[in-house]
Design a protein. Structure first.
Length: 557
């Protein structure tokens, strides 16, 4: 029996459903009695009971009307829905309509800054957390998911099945096979903060780590919007592989080949695996980037569609400017091969490091990268091996101004100008950013090789731009506005004769030599002379190594 406490609440011993004690106010008891509701259930259980009653009523109504518990189980209703869609959109399913898909992508871009929800890193991480809480693992690492797939797999399945089934079947066959006495496969193996798709142990000792890479999410195919495939993620993953452990990648479209290669490398000891990696690299020419015309056009279209909207957090200027997205960067990699022959101060260029030999004739820097687990063989996307030189600082790649960042800065500071002048045109990042806004770009650079490569971009994409060879120190002219990023002292070398000056000195030369209504400069954090003209400080997430700081200077005349 309930009893009344000092606060006019009635304490009941337990709920007749969940068996937990509960409390009801006098007003609640009055309302329940008036509605004919029981007093023997706590509030959550009463709500659940009412939902079940409504569900049973709805189910009975559907059975009476359509002969099925759910209207969508009725073929007549499904047919009527298909007819309505065909009449309205010309397709049976709305998601087959280009108009609907385009609208969905537009909505996603507006809300999340990406075409598809799972390309947004916050949504992606939230999904991973939800999977872990609900199923005890992520994707194929979930015991529940794995059990469902194994139960649904046909024993006569072949390697022509989808990627997931192939890998899952391989794990089962491997663990049940003759090698299982010495080798063990463990899915979702976590080490040094990274969860690898599976690991192979030899006599209970970690021997090989394996990741299965999707073509899109690891940039084997163009992620034109650059919203998901992050190079620094792959770089960090390589560093998580412990010393003395082999690492293997299985690609989404080459699963059978990847699994066969995995079986082969199990026959190698660690040193043999290192040698096999090295032998592949020395047989290969330098892996320049090369994209198809379709890929280049799509990359430029993605850049043209890029921008910011301060009313939405994910697409706000502050969020996007600090990310330093690489949208449009593939155009630069394709048309500017000379990048790889440039070097940072006191370091070799990636090109020279690739072919560098020691006194014994060994390609020592390649071998060093492989031994430090910074390079792995990847015949589908050989450019991946260049990551090693950059990560371990043997031959870092020079910095390139991001086209998407250039676009954001022009949108914010130069929106009123139709023509943008750049006295250090460099590797076309600011040119692409300018032209993507339908503005005219005029560029100068002292390097004839770079100018030729930039003109190739102009011709290929038919840009409203012109670039010419000229020494900024000895050039004077008048333009509406100027936007550039001057060289940062002697930090980088571009195979050209150029006077070494600080960013502050270059800013002063531009202010004196070119008459403009507005000047916008991006300079390094050491530039302190023009403190009053600094309108913005950008903290870049350059990579997993940390951040870098740059300043935006604006001068008006």
């Amino acid at each position: 029996m309930p009893f009344k406490n000092a606060k006019n609440l009635y304490n009941y011993e337990y709920c007749s459903n969940c068996k937990k004690p509960y409390t009801l106010s006098g007003e609640t008891i009055y309302r329940r009695n008036k509605r004919g509701e029981t007093l023997l259930l706590c509030v959550p259980c009463l709500i659940l009971s009412k939902q079940n009653i409504r569900y049973e009523r709805s189910k009975q109504t559907n059975l009476d009307r359509y002969g099925v518990e759910n209207p969508f189980q009725s073929e007549d209703i499904r047919q009527r829905i298909r007819e309505i869609h065909i009449e309205k959109r010309g397709v049976e399913n709305p998601m087959q309509s280009e108009e609907v898909k385009s609208k969905q992508r537009s909505t996603n871009r507006l809300k999340y800054g990406v075409n598809y929800g799972m390309q947004n890193i916050q949504i992606y991480e939230k999904g991973r957390r939800s999977q872990t809480e609900k199923y005890g693992g992520i994707g194929m690492g979930s015991p529940i998911t794995k059990l469902k797939i194994l139960k649904s797999m046909n024993t006569s399945s072949t390697f022509e099945e989808d990627c997931v089934k192939q890998v899952q079947k391989f794990l089962v066959l491997f663990n049940d096979g003759a090698l299982s006495s010495v080798y063990t496969c463990i899915p979702q193996y976590e080490v040094n903060g990274h969860s690898f798709d599976f690991a192979i142990l030899y006599n209970n000792k970690l021997d090989t780590l394996v990741d299965c890479d999707g073509m899109f999410f690891h940039a084997y195919t163009c992620d034109y919007d650059d919203q998901f495939s992050k190079e620094y993620y792959d770089d960090k993953r390589l560093q998580c592989v412990p010393k003395g452990v082999k690492f293997h990648i299985i690609l989404e479209k080459s699963v059978r080949k990847g699994l066969l290669e995995l079986c082969n490398i199990l026959d190698f000891d660690y040193n043999g695996w290192i040698q096999d990696q090295y032998d592949w690299c020395i047989r290969s020419e330098f892996p320049y980037y090369n994209y198809s015309d379709d890929e280049l056009q799509k990359s430029y279209i993605a850049l043209c569609n890029y921008g910011y909207d301060d009313t939405i957090r994910h697409t706000a200027y502050k969020t996007r400017i600090s990310l330093n997205s690489n949208i449009g960067g593939r155009i630069i990699l394709h048309f500017h091969p000379s990048i790889w022959k440039c070097n940072t101060h006191n370091k070799l260029s990636p090109y020279d490091a690739w072919y560098h030999v020691d006194k014994d004739g060994k390609r020592d820097l390649l071998l060093q990268c492989i031994e430090n687990r910074f390079i792995y063989v990847n015949t589908l996307h050989p450019q991946k091996v260049l990551q090693g030189f950059n990560i371990n600082k043997i031959a870092p790649k020079i910095s390139v101004f991001s086209p998407s960042r250039a676009k954001l800065l022009i949108m914010k500071y130069l929106s009123d100008f139709d023509t943008v002048f750049d006295p250090f045109s460099g590797y076309s990042g600011r040119m692409l950013g300018t032209c993507s806004l339908n503005k005219r770009y005029i560029g100068l650079d002292i390097n004839p090789v770079t100018i030729k490569e930039s003109n190739d971009i102009i011709d290929h994409l038919k840009l409203n731009a012109s670039v010419n060879v000229s020494d900024t120190c000895n050039t004077t002219s008048t333009y509406d506005c100027l936007f550039t990023c001057p060289p940062y002292g002697n930090k980088e070398h571009w195979n050209q004769d150029i006077v070494v000056k600080s960013a502050e000195e270059w800013v002063e030369i531009c202010l004196n030599n070119f008459k403009c209504k507005r000047y916008v400069f991006m300079v390094d954090s050491k530039c302190n002379k023009y403190h009053d003209n600094c309108v913005e400080i950008i903290s870049n997430r350059a990579s997993h190594f940390g951040t870098s700081i740059e300043k935006i200077l604006v001068f008006d005349t």
